[in-house]
Structures are given as C-alpha cells and as structure tokens.
Design a protein around this ligand. Structure first.
Ligand code: NG1
Ligand code: ZN
Length: 531
C-alpha cells in the first residue's frame, strides 16, 4: 500500500541505532535527546494509529519535564487529555524497540490487533517545551504522522498542560474551551478575575507573587498570560531567560528535592514564592522567615489547602458530594493524618505517577490529587458538575448557598482537569488564599511536616526491587522489608520505603521521622544496606 511505502521511505531518515532499547515509562520516553529521533518518528506513527482507532484528535508532547536540558522525551495524550492506556504504552515500547527492517511488520501487527480502519482520517496536535533539541525532534513526530497521511496542528512552544487542554477542547467540540493558547488564557483568567472579586480587600503585597520559571516554557507562557490577569496578580518572574540553563539549580523538582530556594531568585523575608518545573505541570510554594529558615509548601500542602476550601464551599452550598484526596507513598505522614483526622476527608494512596492518581480521583464526586512533588489537579465528576450548575440556576437558592455554588462553578473553570498544571494550580492557590484571607505563613501553619528526605541510589539492576501496597512495601529482594521494618520501629511516627524509579535508572529511598536527626540516621543506615 502506498501509505506504507511512505513510512518505509521516511523511516530511513529516522533510523534506529541498532540494539538501543527504551521503555515507555511513567512519563513516556525520556533520555538523552541524541537517542530520540527514531522514537519521535515512531510516536508520530503510533499517535496516527491511535487517532484513527479513537476517531479523535491525539496529542504528542515533546518534553523531558524536570530532567536536564540535554535530555528530551515524548508523551502521547489521549482524547480527553489523559495519558494513553497501558495497552498502548506497550505498543509504544514495542514500536520503539523494533529494529529498522521489522518496523512495518510491527506497525501492521498493531493495526491488526486493534482492528484499525486505515481509511479513517487522523488528527494530531503536537507541542514542545523550550529544549534546544525540541525543534528537530518535533519535526520527526510530524514526519511520522504525515507518512501515514495524518493531519497535524503544530502548536510549537506550549506547556504540557496547555497541550492536554487543547486536545480535550478539540475532542469535546469546544465545550471545555477554545483550543488555542489565547482560549486557555481567556478561560483561566476570566475564572480568576471572577473569583478574586470575592476578595476585594487584598493588599498589593498579597497580590505579589515571585515565580521561578525554571528557565523554561512556564516562564514564557506566564509572561504571555500576565496581561489577561489585569494586575489582579503581580507576578515577579525569575529564571525566565531562554539563555539560562533549563532546570539547572532551579525549578520545582530542585526546590522540592533539595528543600532549598532556587538560585537566581531574589526573595525578601516572608515573601510568597513558587517554582514551576521545566514543562510547567508541577508547582511548589515556599518562603523564608525572619531567621532565614526556608519553608516549603509542596503538593501535600496544596492538596490540603484546596480540599479544605472545596469542602467548606460544599458545606455552605448544602451539596452532599463526596470529596477525597489521592496521594502517593511520598505524601508526608502529617498531611495524611491532618486530612483524615482533622478534616475528615477520605484519603487514598496509589502508586507513583499521575496516571494512577488521576484514575483513582475519577472514582469520587470530587477527587483532589497531588504528588508530593507538586504535580496534581482536581477532578469533578460529570454528575457533580451538573448538580453545581443546576444549583447556580435554581431561583430558590438563598444568597449564602448561591455565593458558595458560584464560587464552586468558577473554581471548576479555573482548574485544568486534564492534568496537573502549574499555571492553573497557581491561580487556584492564589484564589483560595485571597478568598480565605490567608497568608502563605497561615497556610504553612495548617500542619507541620515531619522531617523527610529522598535519596537516589544507583544499583546494578533496580528491577530486583519489587513492591506492593502502593509501593509502600518491598516484596523482593528477600530481607529488605524486614530491614526497613526494624529500622522504622525505632522511631516515633517513622515511615520509610524503597522503590525503583520509573523515569531514571536509580532506586529511590524515602524516609521520614519525628526529628531531623532520626530521619538522617535512617538514611545513613539505608546507604549502608545498599553499599
Ligand atoms: P519516578 O522516577 O518513578 O520516581 C518521578 C516522580 C513522579 C512522577 C514521574 C514523572 C518522585 C518521587 N517521582 O517518577 O512523581 O512525577 O517522575 O514525571 O517525585
Ligand atoms: Zn513536568
């Protein structure tokens, strides 16, 4: 067939280095950009098949998020803006690793297994972050799509959550918003302006926010969005230059893991600051106090702030909707205790990786999910959204209930429900702080984090570690969990676990305990176990 002829020809321009094997992991493919050209071409092919199969637009995002600038990666986005299914992740790995001469066979196998009608049209949205390798790698994706006759819309430089938003807008025929960058700014800023009208006495200090853009796409897009916010938020950007090195000593991952401020940010005492990661799907907040101590407000604190706000509005609106918070093993024990014991909110723990949290959150009327690293969002079920919309329109709703339900309605519009989104999350946080009249210090004081750290350990084969119970217990190698149990028993409220990373060739070790000293002793003992 002619279409396969073109694949065959064009694939020669994107040859696979013999023997190279990569896996579609938690966040798609991610490695040194030098090894990715053939992967991009093949993901263009696979996205085209997925589009034909689902009869919908599919997204392809070229990014390696918080990884170093030299890396790159690619992720496919399914019709509603969510991650592709596990079966298609499997196809992605197979297609990526098949040697050059069996590429067509592999492609035809997928077509047959999925019973794909190749006469269906295909539509692919493509985006990329600011990495230098992004331009040529996204061209390879476009090449893959066109060689199978698919249509592309290249959005160029966009944040990962913006591309998820575009895909969802397109497949819901505009119900979610207009599939343009401007449409995104308009939707979010209108909701933000509406919401902050309810906090008319905000001082200029409360409107000021220092943003570390990780020298990435988030900084660029924040600058574009600023005029839409009509001075209701005064963003002071740092690490916003394309000449600065992406994610280097800055960005959300650096701040979270190092538990210190990014370089290049001029923080005054007590000033409210936040950091985006390299593709602007994660955010963490922080400030330093008058003694120079650094205080981090991570994904757990964000989930607590947002779920408390939503729960309060539900009560005021008289709506009986079930709200739950979804976390991973990395959630600080204090946050889980606070949510369950004080807030009486259901908490559920899943494996690491947003797709797991996203799926779990879909089980509730309102599912607030955040990884401790600041990646997360809120999902509202269709039924919950309908109840909220009906109550807004109901003429018998009294003023207090009406105010609450209108706030809920605008909050839904401010949230990017397709995936974690640093810009949207930032606006939600600023809204909640404004409406509740809270400072970043008040927010921080809601509960006190247990001292905690995570370390990376390099081992010869990280797959020897297998885990269960949402990665909180090690099944293999034998004896490892017993060693952890006896370590944890020694200290009050201690918790610890070990798991193989899904994105790097390392094992991650996490420990938290009642004191900094106990937590550090635990980590030192760990390092001895691994050495
Ligand atoms: P791995 O490498 O599997 O720990 C990391 C993050 C995840 C998630 C993915 C995808 C931690 C501890 N892990 O996964 O939460 O964000 O990257 O980007 O932060
Ligand atoms: Zn990211």
């Amino acid at each position: 067939m002619a279409q396969f002829e073109e694949v065959s020809q064009k694939s020669k321009l994107h040859p696979k280095p013999e023997g190279l094997a990569l896996q579609y992991g938690t966040a798609g493919f991610r490695t040194d950009a030098k090894h990715l050209d053939h992967i991009m071409f093949r993901m263009g092919l696979l996205a085209t098949l997925r589009s034909k199969k689902t009869k919908s637009t599919i997204g392809v995002m070229v990014t390696a998020s918080h990884n170093p600038e030299e890396d790159n990666g690619v992720k496919l986005i399914d019709p509603m803006g969510e991650m592709v299914t596990a079966v298609w992740e499997g196809y992605a790995t197979q297609l990526a690793n098949t040697e050059q001469d069996s590429l067509l066979k592999e492609l035809k196998d997928i077509i047959e297994k999925e019973d794909i009608d190749m006469s269906e049209p295909a539509s692919i949205y493509v985006g990329k972050d600011t990495r230098p390798s992004g331009a040529s790698l996204s061209r390879a994706v476009l090449d893959g799509v066109s060689s199978l006759g698919g249509k592309t819309h290249d959005y160029g430089l966009v944040t990962t959550p913006q591309l998820h938003y575009m895909v969802c807008c397109c497949n819901t025929h505009g119900c979610y918003g207009s599939p343009t960058v401007e449409g995104y700014y308009q939707k979010l800023s209108q909701a933000f302006l509406q919401l902050t009208q309810n906090a008319s006495n905000r001082t200029d200090d409360q409107k000021r926010l220092l943003v570390d853009g990780a020298n990435g796409i988030g900084a660029l897009k924040m600058r574009e969005m600023e005029p839409f916010l009509r001075s209701k938020l005064q963003v002071v950007l740092s690490n916003d230059s394309s000449s600065g090195k992406l994610n280097h000593m800055c960005g959300a991952d650096y701040v979270k893991v190092q538990q210190k401020a990014p370089q290049g940010m001029n923080m005054g005492v007590g000033e409210c600051c936040c950091s985006f990661d390299g593709d602007a799907d994660r955010i963490v907040y922080y400030y330093t106090d008058s003694k120079g101590c650094f205080h981090l407000l991570d994904g757990d604190k964000i989930a607590t702030l947002i779920s408390t706000y939503l729960k309060e509005l539900l009560t005021q609106a008289g709506l009986n909707l079930q709200i739950a918070v979804v976390q991973t093993a990395y959630a600080n024990g204090s946050s889980t205790r606070y949510l369950e014991d004080v807030m009486k909110v259901a908490v559920c723990c899943t494996k690491t990786g947003v797709k797991h949290l996203h799926h779990a959150a879909q089980e509730y009327d309102i599912g607030v999910y955040f990884e401790a690293n600041g990646h997360g969002t809120v999902l509202f079920s269709k039924a919950a959204q309908k109840q909220i919309q009906e109550l807004v329109k109901d003429p018998n709703t009294n003023d207090e209930r009406k105010r609450a339900v209108k706030l809920l309605e605008s909050t839904i519009n401010l949230i990017n429900q397709t995936v974690g989104d640093a810009i949207s999350d930032m606006l939600v946080i600023e809204t909640v702080l404004a409406i509740r009249g809270m400072s970043v210090q008040d927010w921080h004081a809601i509960y006190t984090d247990l001292p905690n750290r995570q370390l990376k350990v390099t081992v010869s084969d990280r797959r020897v570690i297998d885990t269960t119970d949402a990665e909180r217990r090690a099944v293999t190698p034998e004896g490892l969990q017993d060693a952890i149990d006896s370590l944890v028993k020694k200290y009050k409220t201690a918790r610890s676990f070990v798991r193989p990373s899904g994105t790097e060739d390392v094992v991650r070790v996490y420990a938290e305990a009642d004191t900094q000293v106990h937590m550090i002793i635990m980590l030192i003992i760990y390092l001895n176990i691994f050495n």
